[in-house]
Write a protein that binds this ligand. Structure first.
Ligand SMILES: C[S@@+](CC[C@H](N)C(=O)[O-])C[C@H]1O[C@@H](n2cnc3c(N)ncnc32)[C@H](O)[C@@H]1O
Length: 240
């Protein structure tokens, strides 16, 4: 069982803001160490396709799936502008639809950035061929912990490891990338987060939790990501 690789940093918010939305370097590292040439790859919750384009650049034949039609339209436009021939984007719900419905060929790898759930692990296990790679970045359970509200999209390393093993994956890499972002006051948090996030937090009480933490002198916000590479074992599922 591999040890968990941890990267921790403290950054002032202006510094953190420079790459807060970028694909995590630890994820890109795991992606770049996989041989995708000629391989059929599905990118789950592809959004505007940025991870799909990275894998396509590495030679993968990628299908990006999302349920947001507008994001898919942008992804297709980028693919056209950049003249990517080995990536396509399809509408679908990756928590409900068997992935063989998105790809006609056997699936060699499944990747994902910030779209993860137990249902997704379940479907990925049933879609991947033995030896197929499952590489993703999800929110870690400590993400935004100051707001005291977990997300169903967030996982701690132990629960993710258990979930993967229950679904016949062998874990090859587990990493946790954590940044404690420092602020002087809540106005700076407003500038750091998107308006829509601030609005959502005001409505659901998370903003108040954060304000209370700031009053106690805890003026930071934790960003934390779980990065995983696992491989489908040869253990078959019984035919239903
Ligand atoms: C945080 S965004 C990440 C987008 C993209 N992976 C990226 O890194 O830019 C999550 C994406 O997952 C998509 N998504 C959420 N639930 C989904 C589902 N059940 N099926 C397909 N896509 C889903 C959302 O529409 C959104 O585009």
């Amino acid at each position: 069982m591999p040890d968990v690789v941890r990267v921790n940093r403290d950054l002032p918010w202006r510094e953190a803001a420079k790459d807060a939305d970028a694909l995590r370097p630890m994820l890109l590292d795991q992606i770049r160490h996989e041989d995708f040439r000629g391989r059929r790859v599905v990118d789950l919750g592809t959004g505007e396709g940025r991870l799909a384009f990275v894998v396509a650049d590495l030679g993968g034949r990628v299908i990006g799936v999302d349920l947001d039609r507008v994001k898919l339209m942008h992804a297709r436009a980028y693919a056209g502008i950049r003249d990517f021939r080995n990536v396509e984007f399809v509408l679908g719900d990756v928590e409900k639809t068997p992935y063989h419905e998105f790809a006609r060929d056997p699936i060699d790898a499944v990747v994902s950035n910030l779209c993860m759930s137990p249902e997704i692990v379940w479907h990925s296990s049933r879609a991947l061929r033995p030896g197929g790679a499952f590489i993703f970045c999800a929110h870690h359970g400590d993400h935004w912990k100051e707001t005291r509200r977990g997300s169903r999209w967030a996982f701690y390393e132990d629960s993710m490891r258990d979930l993967l093993e229950e679904n016949r994956f062998q874990v090859e890499f587990l990493g946790v990338d954590t940044t404690a972002v420092a602020f002087e006051d809540l106005r700076e948090v407003e500038l750091f987060l998107r308006d829509a996030t601030v609005r959502r937090w005001v409505e659901d009480g998370r903003w108040q939790e954060l304000a209370d933490a700031f009053d106690r002198g805890e003026r930071h916000l934790t960003l934390s990501y779980l990065i995983v590479k696992a491989r489908r074992t040869a253990a078959p599922y019984a035919v239903d």
